[in-house]
Design a protein around this ligand. Structure first.
Ligand SMILES: CC(C)(COP(=O)(O)OP(=O)(O)OC[C@H]1O[C@@H](n2cnc3c(N)ncnc32)[C@H](O)[C@@H]1OP(=O)(O)O)[C@@H](O)C(=O)NCCC(=O)NCCS
Length: 320
């Protein structure tokens, strides 16, 4: 137990994932956090140095804090994730500052050179604390929402045209469940890893070993019959998947990526359209997606599909 202003910080266990998910939901009710997904992500997180703390007031959880970093041999720039969050009803400047002191100190002791955190533009309390602590804006992300009711007919038309174009290109669009290739998972991981390296970012993205990546396929909300892939002959050349949170939350794109060799041929468009057509078939009224503000091709695609921006995120950095 450690003192954090008038709170106590205690190391969080897997069983605390639910309460942390509840706190996250109280902080952003517009985008609820799913407790099963949170628990699974904690359970299957890469084996990196990390600590999670529950912040308690007289034995009642009112916040959480954490820090984590990739092994320094894989992240020579030594970026370390940090975060400290309080229930809105319990948020005070003093508590927040003390919780940030805790995670920054623990992360600094690990050898972190630069602290990093993302905040939503609307999290004005958090942003005020970060700015006061010397964090500076590094880059922006955009959040988008697509209304599947009002856009339905247009999306159906676009999806048809897109499939027609894929037939002309000799590219098959199907779900992972419908793919018979015994090496499909390996191939999917390869296209995932290749494309992930092309996401605009300040922090390098560490490569993920196959066995670690494979855990994504069993994540609650992800299902093989909702993972859309593109095939060109023997190769898997693209993927797009929506995540359907099992308990609560919005349906979000979990990932979209295509092989460098096929870019600009409409593969991402075709895949993303199939994911939303499936969501329409399941009666989902709207879906969300997020991307870096410097990611020109996906910004263009989202706009074309009729997504509307609902807000964004800001990445902050601070020298440790
Ligand atoms: C983003 C990504 C998935 C797009 O894949 P793709 O197969 O090339 O996509 P498509 O061919 O369907 O569409 C790309 C569109 O962007 C357009 N585009 C490409 N570069 C552009 C640029 N610099 N500015 C504006 N538009 C651009 C293309 O012209 C095309 O639009 P069009 O069909 O209307 O002509 C791919 O670049 C990728 O895998 N990037 C890395 C992973 C990533 O960033 N994923 C998304 C966010 S997590």
């Amino acid at each position: 137990m450690m003192r954090v202003a008038d709170l106590e910080a205690r190391p969080a266990t897997l069983d605390d994932a639910t309460i942390v998910s509840d706190i996250q939901t109280a902080i952003d009710p517009d985008d609820p956090s799913d407790p099963q997904i949170t628990r699974y992500q904690w359970k299957t997180a890469p084996p990196w140095p990390r600590e999670r703390f529950l912040l308690e007031l007289a034995g009642r959880a009112v916040g959480f804090a954490y820090h984590a970093h990739a092994p320094w041999e894989e992240m020579s720039q030594r970026f370390g994730w940090v975060g400290a969050y309080l229930q809105p009803t319990e948020h005070t400047r003093e508590r927040a500052m003390a919780a940030w002191d805790l995670v920054e100190e623990r992360s600094r002791a690990e050898g972190t050179r630069t602290f990093t955190v993302w905040a939503f533009e609307k999290q004005t309390d958090l942003i005020a604390i970060l700015v006061e602590r010397g964090y500076a804006e590094e880059r922006r992300g955009k959040g988008w929402e697509l209304d599947l009711v009002t856009n339905r007919e247009r999306l159906e038309r676009m999806a048809e045209e897109s499939l027609e174009r894929m037939r002309g290109e000799g590219i098959a669009v199907l779900t992972l469940a419908a793919d018979a290739d015994p090496e499909a998972e390996q191939k999917l991981w390869q296209v995932w890893e290749e494309s992930l390296q092309d996401v605009p970012t300040t922090m390098p993205i560490p490569t993920v070993p196959f066995d670690q990546w494979r855990k994504w396929l069993s994540k609650p909300g992800v299902a093989r019959d909702a993972v859309w892939i593109a095939r060109e002959g023997e190769a898997i050349v693209g993927v797009s998947a929506l995540s359907y949170p099992p308990v609560r939350g919005n349906v979000w794109t979990d990932y979209t990526g295509t092989a460098r060799s096929v870019r600009g041929r409409g593969v991402a468009r075709a895949l993303k359209l199939q994911t939303v057509m499936q969501a329409i078939g399941r009666g989902v009224p709207r879906v969300r997606t997020g991307n870096d503000a410097a990611n020109a091709p996906i910004l263009h695609l989202n706009e074309e599909m009729g997504y509307r921006q609902f807000g964004g995120g800001i990445q902050y950095l601070k020298p440790a």
